[in-house]
Design a binder for this molecule. Structure first.
Ligand SMILES: *Cc1c(COP(=O)(O)O)cnc(C)c1O
Length: 379
């Protein structure tokens, strides 16, 4: 994977020029920059990007160009990547469990914001991080409304969070809080529950929060019929924060991954075979760019084009769709409605595929080499 030297007008133009090419991610920089500006203009606080959703340098460079200056990182390689791509960026090390060596390297590389959710991990920060750094206590609630829940691995209970906040302040750190509501939350209910809980915990601890980081979890468009309303979620986050904290309201931070990057990439896979006229075999699957589908379901935002780049418009037929590897779990969930005249050599394009696609792919069975191709528009 890497940055293509050539910019194409559209996927159709590229497909015509590559009648038997492999799987491709089509990238539209303008869409990524537009999304970044939507967050910057609408979110009532500091907007950072969760690097793990798509760490491709072409993504990071376009986000910086659009005005994103903060990044959520989870590992030393991610910190080093950002220092190489955007030396002045503000980095938040919000993976709450780190080795002592990782903490030391992060401090050396200028990281001054960390999250924490356990006493043992806070003491590691106290020992190694200079006073004055920000430490955000991460909480977890049992909430519904996400495609999958992030609270089952990380996050302190209310009682523990209260003690941690006091210790953070006593150690001379800037006290903040954070949570992650779960990924792909279509409504604002999860944020509302978390913000109210954070306010209660801070009040019980007697600590005035400097900042509240409301995580990622913002929705991308995964269904034709669903248009996520980010502005409504932003407004609700701002309003609930004012209500819950009153005049002492902390500054807000968000760290979207999926919603920032998803829409700017489409994944084009080649039909390797239509087995005896029935099941479809693609050249990428759940070990590659479609890795998330078994967990959160397949998107219905896809189209099929022939080798001339023209849309197949045959009446839809439900088909089983497999990826290329020899593992039987390499199958998209359920069936997908595909044009009845779909044929070997066609290209199936999935839209909204910028998040957790290139980042998660493997080279299992020799497949998974996804080329990134820049296009001016996706249709
Ligand atoms: C993964 C992650 C994010 C991004 O989540 P999305 O659902 O992709 O927006 C943000 N913050 C933290 C701490 C994460 O682990």
């Amino acid at each position: 994977m890497g940055m293509s030297k050539t910019i194409w007008n559209s996927p159709a133009e590229y497909i015509r020029a590559h009648p038997d090419g492999g799987p491709v991610l089509f990238f539209v920089p303008a869409v990524l920059q537009q999304t970044a500006r939507r967050f910057l203009g609408g979110f009532p606080g500091f907007v950072t990007y969760a690097v793990k959703a798509n760490p491709d340098p072409i993504v990071l460079q376009n986000l910086v160009a659009a005005g994103i200056s903060g990044f959520d990182v989870a590992s030393v390689p991610e910190i080093e990547l950002l220092r190489a791509q955007a030396p002045d960026a503000v980095l938040h090390f919000n993976n709450p469990v780190r080795s002592r060596a990782e903490i030391s390297r992060a401090v050396t590389l200028g990281v001054r914001s960390f999250s924490v959710e356990a006493r043992s991990e806070l003491e590691k920060l106290v020992a190694q991080v200079p006073a004055g750094a920000e430490v955000s206590v991460r909480i977890a609630l049992p909430v519904a409304g996400a495609a999958y829940d992030f609270g089952s691995k990380f996050g302190a209970s209310a009682a523990l969070a209260r003690d941690l906040l006091r210790r953070v302040e006593a150690a001379g750190f800037v006290p903040s809080m954070t949570f992650h509501p779960g990924t792909q939350c279509m409504g604002a209910d999860a944020w509302e529950a978390y913000i109210r809980e954070a306010a209660e915990i801070a009040r019980a601890a007697g600590v005035r929060l400097r900042r509240l980081n409301v995580g990622g979890g913002f929705p991308a468009r995964r269904k034709v019929a669903e248009l996520p309303d980010l502005e409504r979620i932003f407004a609700r986050i701002g309003q609930v924060t004012r209500e819950a904290f009153g005049p002492d309201a902390p500054a807000l931070v968000c760290e979207p991954g999926r919603a920032m990057v998803a829409e700017s990439f489409s994944l084009a896979t080649r039909v390797r075979a239509v087995r005896d006229g029935a099941d479809v075999f693609l050249d990428d699957g759940v070990y590659g760019g479609l890795m998330e589908f078994p967990q959160i379901g397949a998107t219905d935002r896809y189209e099929v084009r022939n080798t001339d780049g023209a849309l197949r418009r045959g009446a839809a037929v439900a088909r089983i769709v497999f990826g290329p590897t020899c593992d039987s779990i390499d199958r998209l969930p359920g069936t997908l409605r595909l044009p009845g005249n779909i044929a070997e050599g066609d290209v199936m394009i999935f839209h909204g595929m910028g998040a957790y696609s290139t980042a998660m792919g493997t080279r299992f069975n020799g497949f998974g080499n996804l080329e990134v191709v820049t296009v001016l528009a996706l249709s």
